[in-house]
Write a protein that binds this ligand. Structure first.
Ligand SMILES: Cc1cc2nc3c(=O)[nH]c(=O)nc-3n(C[C@H](O)[C@H](O)[C@H](O)COP(=O)(O)OP(=O)(O)OC[C@H]3O[C@@H](n4cnc5c(N)ncnc54)[C@H](O)[C@@H]3O)c2cc1C
Length: 385
């Protein structure tokens, strides 16, 4: 067992950190912190991530990707500003799903633009009435001559307002239990237009989260992916690595909050002494540091399990659940260390607080992840009766 990063892992971390400082941070700083970045700005950011191999991280080299070990991918994502980490993951995860269940012809058509970052993509599963239980989706795809007609609404879809291509999960009928037979379609926005509106949410405000409406949206048959009924399996495969990676986006935020709290506690004096002299302040700092360390190690461990080919459903759910909850609490404690200053925009902690809260929901809420862990321990799925 080795808890140290090796030379290659440290190099990857460092080069990603430098790329973010040089290429991504200036773009984000040049735009309103409270508004979604313009598409042109996102395209530049995606190109920078593509040059580092991030946009094809889970696609094999023979298909043009970089086939990164999951742990390396996590180390890189941890360095990205979290709004960008979510956007790149939505895009890159979509590419990986397309690769995992598509024909050679489809791969040739769609993957190059995804891998070089020029075609912005996303995955649409959630709907206004459907979140944790994707098997209840209502968006319908009905066969019609040489194509399918899609009708329905998707919501909370990362990148949807700026995407060129969307991987949409639709129902093509019901199975014997009355659950949706899910099938995925690649909807190319230019050829098969749909409307999308930005949703104003609590955090990650420079990113894009939208609601999408498909009204008699015609998609050619050659854009149907895989087999009817295989969508759940394809989605689950990418959720395994997504979960610890989203946990690491929270670690990024909590680490920043910890650094700020340690510095502030040394600077700020009350009762004639720097507040870092007080045991209760040291207790807060110790708790924040413990949250950062346990979250980081658990997420790395989950990614390492994936790299070793182990069944990682349990540990991946545990990593995201622990990291999101612990890091939310950690950022909140860092605000406490700052007193009223922690609540100001000027200090920047309030943005970390809003951003970290966003990660509790996507790719499995705390409750759903707990139930996945319970299922792995007992063999009994408690979420569906
Ligand atoms: C930042 C962000 C990005 C997102 N990006 C995407 C995206 O790109 N594509 C996409 O398709 N979706 C995306 N989503 C949507 C996300 O996947 C859903 O929000 C999530 O699955 C939860 O669904 P819901 O919000 O409808 O909550 P619901 O499923 O309605 O849940 C409401 C509450 O009930 C709890 N609950 C539900 N079922 C159970 C149960 N069986 N037992 C106990 N508690 C339960 C939940 O944990 C939650 O607390 C994103 C969401 C966010 C916040």
């Amino acid at each position: 067992m080795d808890f140290q990063l090796n030379f290659e892992q440290k190099m990857v971390q460092e080069s990603t950190r430098k790329m973010v400082e040089r290429e991504i941070n200036p773009i984000m700083a040049a735009h309103d912190a409270d508004k979604p970045l313009p598409k042109a700005a996102m395209q530049k950011i995606f190109a920078s991530c593509a040059a580092m191999g991030l946009t094809g991280a889970r696609i094999p080299e023979e298909a043009g990707g970089t086939a990164m070990p999951a742990l390396i991918m996590g180390l890189m994502y941890e360095q990205l500003p979290p709004a960008i980490a979510l956007a790149v993951m939505a895009h890159e995860g979509t590419g990986s799903r397309l690769f995992n269940s598509s024909s050679p012809e489809q791969r040739e058509r769609f993957l190059p633009g995804i891998i070089d970052g020029s075609t912005i993509t996303c995955t649409g599963v959630s709907e206004p009435g459907v979140g944790s239980d994707p098997r209840s989706i209502k968006t319908r795809a009905v066969e019609d001559g040489d194509g399918y007609i899609i009708d329905g609404r998707k919501i909370w879809i990362t990148n949807s307002t700026i995407c060129d291509l969307m991987n949409v999960t639709c129902s093509v009928g019901n199975d014997e239990r009355g659950l949706s037979q899910m099938m995925r379609f690649v909807v190319e926005r230019e050829k098969s237009p749909f409307s999308a509106r930005e949703i104003d949410v609590l955090g990650l405000k420079q990113g894009h989260i939208g609601e999408v409406l498909f009204e008699a949206c015609r998609v050619p048959k050659e854009n149907a992916m895989g087999e009817a009924g295989d969508a759940a399996k394809v989605l689950t495969l990418s959720w395994l690595a997504n979960r610890p990676v989203l946990g690491l986006a929270c670690v990024h935020l909590a680490q920043r909050a910890l650094d700020m709290a340690v510095a502030y506690a040394a600077d700020r004096s009350q009762f004639g002494r720097p507040i870092n002299n007080f045991q209760l302040i040291q207790g807060l700092l110790a708790d924040i540091a413990a949250a950062v360390t346990t979250s980081r190690l658990l997420c790395y461990y989950a990614l390492n399990c994936i790299d070793n080919g182990e069944r990682a459903n349990h540990v991946s759910a545990m990593a995201k659940r622990h990291a999101t909850v612990a890091c939310n609490r950690a950022v909140s404690m860092a605000m406490e260390v700052h007193g009223a200053m922690g609540l100001t925009r000027e200090m920047g902690l309030e943005q970390l607080f809003r951003d970290v809260r966003m990660f509790i929901v996507p790719d499995g809420t705390t409750q759903i992840l707990t139930l996945i862990e319970g299922r792995e321990l007992t063999g009994v799925p408690a979420y569906r009766h």
